[in-house]
Design a protein around this ligand. Structure first.
Ligand SMILES: *[C@@H]1O[C@H](CO)[C@@H](O)[C@H](O)[C@H]1NC(C)=O
Ligand SMILES: *[C@@H]1O[C@H](CO)[C@@H](O)[C@H](O)[C@H]1NC(C)=O
Ligand SMILES: [Cu+2]
Length: 242
């Protein structure tokens, strides 16, 4: 799908129901389904395409908090869950559709009050990512589709207790050879963490962490010399935090 066909689709159908596009909408904590208790629900499954926009933080409208908070303990697993349509958790429907190939990442940000934080004040550190495995030609979004929309990661055990935002992101690169052709899909979850840790990793700011010309943002994944993929943003925090 070329960028142009994406936009004509968006014009023809209601924005909330564009096929193939998707939203991160559910959260699992330590194997327990918290559904959409603590997600800042995004208004539609349309992507963000301007990586310098404040929509990059927690998607459109995502600077505003919601009431729900998910409780977790440092060192536990979490899974963020993506689907094309709200509440469509059917595992026979692709989580993100068709040719929307690209990386999946998870960031966290330590905030004072997760129900109020706008996501621009505190830095974000990366806790998980899956880009592209060139050996088996598998993208992070393929992994979502194989796992019923879920991407599982570990909450670092050494980070301090308190409130956090968790930011899940998938990037579709099928049209990314053109400037601003990458389609970015992100959601933020509101977390309260129990922990005996006291080490806060350094991080990056959104917007700002990505540039339109980053090799992981403007990239021709169908080009004959495409062999490996450079995931945008910082590296995952050091293993010693886990
Ligand atoms: C976190 O600690 C508080 C106080 O000890 C406790 O009430 C709460 O259940 C704990 N939460 C989790 C997710 O373990
Ligand atoms: C491709 O490799 C990754 C590890 O990088 C693995 O998790 C995944 O299951 C593999 N996918 C297929 C289809 O073999
Ligand atoms: Cu698209």
């Amino acid at each position: 799908m070329k960028k142009a066909s994406c936009f004509s689709l968006a014009l023809l159908s209601s924005v909330a129901s564009v096929a193939a596009h998707a939203t991160f909408q559910k959260l699992w904590v330590n194997g327990v389904d918290d559904d959409q208790k603590c997600v800042r629900v995004v208004p539609s499954n349309s992507p963000v395409t301007d990586v310098t926009s404040t929509d990059m933080v927690c998607n459109v409208g995502g600077s505003k908090g919601v009431a729900g908070v998910c409780e977790a303990t440092a060192g536990q697993s979490m899974a963020v869950e993506m689907h094309q349509q709200p509440h469509d958790r059917s595992c026979s429907t692709e989580a993100i559709g068709g040719n929307h190939f690209g990386p999946v990442m998870v960031y966290m940000s330590k905030v004072d009050d997760t129900t109020k934080a706008d996501g621009t004040s505190a830095p974000w550190f990366k806790v998980s990512e899956f880009g592209y495995d060139a050996d088996n030609k598998t993208w992070g979004t393929d992994m979502l589709n194989q796992n019923c929309g879920k991407h599982t990661f570990i909450v670092p055990s050494k980070i301090p207790p308190g409130d956090y935002l968790v930011r899940a992101e998938a990037i579709a690169l099928h049209a990314a050879s053109q400037p601003n052709g990458a389609q970015l899909y992100m959601s933020c979850y509101q977390i309260r963490l129990n922990s005996s840790g006291d080490q806060l990793p350094a991080g990056v700011k959104f917007p700002g962490a990505y540039k339109p010309t980053d090799p992981g943002i403007q990239v021709d994944i169908y080009g004959s010399n495409f062999k490996s993929y450079t995931i945008p943003g910082p590296a995952i925090i050091d293993q010693s935090f886990f």
